[in-house]
Design a protein around this ligand. Structure first.
Ligand code: KG4
Ligand code: ZN
Length: 346
């Protein structure tokens, strides 16, 4: 396969079809020059997984198989782009659920082979970070990025967009995972983050003093399993004593503990590293209490603060297309033999 003679440089318009299928959203976008999103179609499977209280991998794989071709068609139609206009095709290759990843990756490989265009394999977490630049292409660097999703909690330092240092990550549950587990325990439904946020709006964040993980002062690592256990023990004790459970107060107090834990490390890093901007990314960055509290703290330090718009926080393909564009310019292409990597890290 030889696409090398047709490769473009940043002076030309570059159209990339991007596929995201790592969890329970079948998502396809068409991006022009990385950050211009011509279409961004997300077909959510939430309704199919809701009754099980979480994502069922086998159901997710089957739904991705059913949805992938119609969603690709819809993304191309909405963008007004034909297969022949594409310069590259990108797909998330990890981390995530292997069945879903394989569906997206196989579709991308097929398109790459049929059109003789490069295949770009994108790390899902990198995609979440690039989501910020779609809304705000001129974010000043160096920057700190807190990436918080259902599977990840990473604090990263970027000198420029070419490389990053990982300052800290969770030692146990991811922030979103903690939201999902507590929501399920409280019978608030799935996905847990939005359910807790909604319930918390009716409650008092100071009602219950849940623990904030006290880790080594010099570490930027996070931990949420102690908090999760504390909330479960609190509810169990209340029930044993026959006391009424105030779900709104518990949700608000739990959310506040997560927000405090995240922000304390973020601010500590912002004080220590010479950065111009602080950004949030990932599904948990959709949380309005976290956005507000982080904005208040970061602005006190006279730093710029950004987070992606709601539809770019949670899983989508436009963020994968944005990351893929920079890989295209670096000629960072994947062989057709590449496989899904469910445990891929940054
Ligand atoms: O980035 P994402 O869509 O998928 C992963 O890469 O994991 O993140 C999903 C996670 C879930 O755990 C979900 O409960 C959480 O993000 N989430 C939220 C909110 N919206 C989604 N957590 C807190 N507050 C929200 N509003
Ligand atoms: Zn994600």
């Amino acid at each position: 396969m030889d696409f090398k003679k047709r490769l473009k440089t940043a002076e030309n318009d570059i159209y990339i079809l991007a596929i995201e299928s790592s969890c329970d959203e079948t998502a396809v976008s068409v991006n022009k020059n990385g950050l211009e999103v011509l279409s961004n179609v997300v077909s959510s499977q939430v309704e199919f997984h809701k009754k099980f209280g979480g994502v069922v991998p086998e159901i997710a794989s089957r739904k991705h198989l059913e949805l992938i071709l119609p969603v690709i068609d819809e993304a191309l139609n909405k963008a007004g782009i034909d297969f022949k206009d594409l310069d590259a095709v990108a797909a998330t290759y990890g981390p995530g659920l292997v069945g879903g990843l394989l569906v997206g990756l196989t579709a991308a490989k097929t398109i790459s082979l049929m059109l003789t265009i490069p295949l770009i394999a994108v790390n899902h977490i990198a995609g979440h970070i690039y989501a910020n630049f779609i809304d705000n292409p001129d974010i000043k660097k160096p920057l700190l990025c807190l990436t918080i999703s259902g599977g990840h909690t990473d604090l990263l330092y970027f000198e420029d967009l070419k490389g990053y240092n990982i300052l800290g990550r969770t030692r146990d549950d991811a922030a979103g995972e903690a939201f999902d587990k507590i929501a399920r325990f409280m019978g608030l439904g799935y996905p847990g983050g939005p359910a807790i946020e909604k319930e918390a709006k009716k409650g008092d964040p100071d009602a219950v003093d849940f623990p904030r993980a006290i880790m080594d002062e010099n570490s930027y690592d996070f931990s949420f399993s102690g908090l999760k256990t504390a909330v479960m023990n609190y509810i169990n004790n209340q029930e044993q004593r026959g006391e009424k459970i105030n779900k709104a107060d518990i949700a608000a107090s739990f959310q506040e503990a997560v927000v405090d834990s995240l922000i304390s490390k973020l601010i500590k890093a912002a004080e220590e590293y010479d950065v111009k901007s602080v950004v949030l990314s990932g599904g948990v960055a959709a949380n309005s209490r976290l956005r507000q509290a982080a904005a208040d703290e970061v602005k006190k330090m006279n730093l710029d603060f950004y987070y992606p718009s709601l539809n770019l926080c949670t899983d989508n393909a436009a963020m994968i297309g944005a990351a893929a564009y920079y890989q295209y310019l670096d000629r960072d292409f994947a062989p057709l033999s590449i496989s899904a990597e469910p445990s891929l890290r940054l």
